[in-house]
Design a binder for this molecule. Structure first.
Ligand code: FES
Length: 124
């Protein structure tokens, strides 16, 4: 048997704007330990090998941050805090049920445009 691939990747936005920048960011004094909390909780539950937390750059949904993206499934969670992360791990990652309450509004996360359609629109 080969080395198993992860069951999930969790991309946590770790972008931080300098103080005074007009654009909000997902990491500030109140939210800076969320990635550590995510990783520690996965470790405590013994699932860190099959669930891979990844520090990501900005995912362009800063206004509803802190955000994280769960793959597979393309599920974008917004407005995170430690309690919400705990619930996502328990209900989505372990239980298999997306936590709809924390999922991004479809206005901000509509269906993707396929690369083939995008290339066609661009005349490429
Ligand atoms: Fe996190 Fe932009 S800073 S989505």
């Amino acid at each position: 048997m080969g080395l198993p691939q992860p069951a999930f990747y969790i991309f946590k936005c770790e972008q931080s704007s300098p103080p005074g920048m007009p654009k909000p960011s997902c990491v500030n004094a109140q939210t800076q330990d969320l990635f550590q909390h995510l990783a520690q909780t996965l470790m405590q539950k013994g699932i860190i090998g099959t669930v891979q937390p990844i520090r990501s750059a900005c995912m362009n949904r800063c206004n509803v941050g802190p955000v994280m993206l769960v793959e597979p499934g393309h599920t974008m969670y917004t407005g995170l805090d430690k309690a919400k992360i705990d619930r996502i791990i328990q209900e989505h990652i372990i239980g298999g049920n997306v936590v709809q309450e924390y999922v991004i509004d479809s206005e901000l996360w509509d269906d993707p445009i396929t690369p083939a359609d995008m290339a066609a629109q661009m005349g490429k």
